[in-house]
Design a protein. Structure first.
Length: 362
């Protein structure tokens, strides 16, 4: 049964430039059906949370420019469930903003914070993990996070180090520290030690506990936004946020709170997970044809080609010969052809295309 105590905040404000040219500033990846399932990543994530959280208690944190997109894709929500940021200030200010709104509405609220662009297939296992975190947060000041069991020494994720004495213990574990994205040898060492998890950016806590953590560790940030508490959830809120929110420090929740608090716990996730951050991660997730090519859209014939990630306009015919381990994306007036091993350079190409041909293409 869904509890009136449960709330969720979906983070849906990013641009997702590593998925260019499909993901653009005007229409970022969370609003696209990246896997060809018939639902955008945002819609899929909302549905996953609505299994156990009341739909009218799921908030969408996004850039103000995407408000109409959110309401178009989630027609069942109310406009007040969209929390628009008038300026991009990383994850800490927007999480505090949402926590203050939720705490005012329900002082006993438990809130989940989750990105809108992750892919999780075992939704029942995800629900079970979140509820375990909620249970701990309901009786303590614990700030919980879900960590992903590493499957290889990934250098693209941050890591969470937990108490090695709890390595074999079930349930939540005491976090020792958050570690920055490592080099390959350091990542190998993390996996060998066995008490490191990937940082998925999924958090659960009481609205009261996270607000009080900001008051302790980010007093200026807390003072700035809590000054408008009287107008939160009222028609006057928008004017206050437009005026004051851009003054907030640009800082992540990890730096602002999680790396400073001694009340942080991590639960090793029991569900499969993919952050869908790059075309390569999408390739890993997709079903492959016999030739090891992954086709999202389009009608594609291949010869002497394998390991390619191909996305064409719906119905478009593509012929690919002699190409191995490439990304091929045809979107609008942009065609991207790039080796998969160089996908981290896409951001640089986005900047070059904008400088050369205009921002309307990025």
């Amino acid at each position: 049964m869904k509890s009136s105590q449960y709330y969720a905040v979906l983070m849906a404000g990013g641009v997702g430039s590593r998925f260019w040219p499909v993901s653009t500033r005007n229409f970022p990846k969370q609003f696209h059906d990246m896997l060809g399932t018939g639902e955008s990543l945002l819609q899929k994530t909302f549905g996953r949370l609505a299994r156990f959280i009341p739909e009218d208690q799921i908030y969408i944190l996004t850039n103000a420019r995407y408000t109409d997109l959110v309401l178009e894709q989630l027609p069942g929500i109310q406009p007040e469930q969209v929390v628009p940021e008038p300026a991009m200030r990383n994850t800490a200010p927007c999480i505090l903003y949402a926590a203050l709104k939720i705490r005012k509405k329900n002082p006993d609220a438990l809130m989940l914070v989750a990105p809108s662009d992750h892919w999780i297939e075992d939704e029942a296992a995800f629900e079970k993990d979140v509820l375990e975190c909620f249970e701990r947060s309901n009786t303590s000041d614990a700030l919980c996070t879900l960590g992903i069991q590493p499957t290889f020494p990934n250098t693209g994720f941050g890591y969470i180090e937990f108490d090695p004495a709890q390595r074999e213990a079930a349930g939540l574990k005491k976090v020792l520290q958050f570690r920055e994205k490592p080099d390959y040898e350091t990542a190998r060492g993390f996996l060998k030690q066995g008490n490191f998890l990937w940082n998925a950016g999924i958090f659960a806590w009481s609205a009261r506990a996270i607000a009080e953590a900001f008051q302790q560790y980010q007093p200026e940030q807390y003072a700035l936004l809590s000054a408008g508490e009287a107008v939160l959830n009222t028609p006057e809120e928008a004017d206050f946020i437009v005026s004051e929110y851009p003054k907030a420090e640009n800082i992540s929740i990890d730096y602002a709170i999680m790396e400073r608090s001694d009340q942080v716990f991590v639960l090793p996730a029991r569900f499969d997970w993919n952050d869908l951050g790059t075309w390569g991660s999408l390739y890993d997730k997709m079903d492959k044809r016999q030739d090891a090519n992954a086709i999202v859209q389009g009608r594609v014939l291949t010869q002497d080609s394998s390991g390619n990630m191909i996305r064409l306009p719906e119905g478009k015919i593509g012929v690919v010969e002699g190409l191995t381990d490439y990304i091929v994306v045809d979107q609008g007036d942009v065609l991207l052809i790039m080796p998969r091993e160089k996908e981290q350079e896409i951001k640089q190409w986005v900047a070059r295309v904008g400088d050369t041909f205009g921002d309307q293409h990025i």
